[in-house]
Design a protein around this ligand. Structure first.
Ligand code: SAM
Length: 233
């Protein structure tokens, strides 16, 4: 899949263009995956993007994609852990992370990256959040085991402020961006693997189908939120 988390090129572009500046010297895309948003960043900023992921096959696909789109000169891939970003890129003007910060914990990620983001530089990080007080019981139960650290958008704003950022803006990803090219692809693939002979494949497929079912009955009680943050000076 080209898209490895809920999102959409037009939304990435919208958020990027909402920033008060359009020139950034050092841009890092943390947990870039197959590079959907990397291509948006490179295409619009026309500056080198340091694309970081710990899974080389995704980076190979991104390399291929960048070549096919004439952006190879702007996409630099690095197979590394996102927790090590400050030691490799000690001065960052824009750090972008879509659907990836949770891998090292949202609060820990923001805190770790703050060390490398220039004063007044930007971090744009999307994170799964509770959006409402009333949460259907089954939804609550599902996330209690699959993402127990999930916080409300308000709590995540407080976390960002505590670790040294000002809130510039937030954007909630629309429902459609979860479905198009993401759940609509995943659902049919997971269905075809739900009775696979390999128990690990079978379990993963069934867990994916459960996640999609939960999304359908979620009543918008949770969602992906872009936190547009400016490093305090
Ligand atoms: C849900 S995917 C999102 C990918 C991409 N940003 C997108 O939205 O399509 C999360 C990505 O984080 C990567 N990842 C997980 N843990 C990581 C780590 N500790 N350091 C770097 N990348 C990591 C995974 O390989 C995966 O590509």
């Amino acid at each position: 899949m080209d898209k490895l988390s809920p999102g959409d090129d037009s939304l990435s572009l919208y958020v990027l263009r909402s920033l008060p500046q359009h020139y950034f010297e050092v841009v890092v895309d943390a947990g870039c995956g197959a590079g959907r948003q990397t291509m948006v960043l490179a295409g619009d900023l026309r500056t080198p993007i340091q694309a970081i992921d710990s899974y080389q096959p995704f980076l190979n696909r991104l390399d291929r994609r960048a070549k096919e789109n004439g952006l190879a000169h702007l996409v630099r891939v690095h197979c590394m852990d996102m927790k090590d970003i400050p030691s490799v890129f000690p001065i960052i003007d824009l750090l972008w992370a879509e659907g990836a910060a949770y891998n090292i914990g949202f609060a820990n990620a923001l805190d770790t990256w703050a060390k490398a983001i220039k004063p007044d530089g930007f971090a744009v990080v999307s994170e799964l959040c509770w959006l409402r007080e009333e949460i259907p019981d089954v939804v609550n139960e599902f996330f209690r085991s699959s993402y127990p650290d999930m916080q409300s958008a308000r709590q995540n704003i407080a976390i960002a402020e505590q670790v040294g950022y000002k809130i510039f803006n937030t954007y909630t990803i629309p429902r459609e961006a979860w479905i198009k090219d993401y759940y609509d692809v995943l659902e049919s693939r997971a269905k075809s693997l739900a009775n696979h002979a390999d128990v690990a494949v079978r379990d993963f497929a069934r867990e994916t189908l459960k996640e999609i079912e939960i999304f359908k009955i979620s009543q918008d009680s949770y969602g992906y939120v872009f936190f547009v943050l400016q490093r305090s000076s």
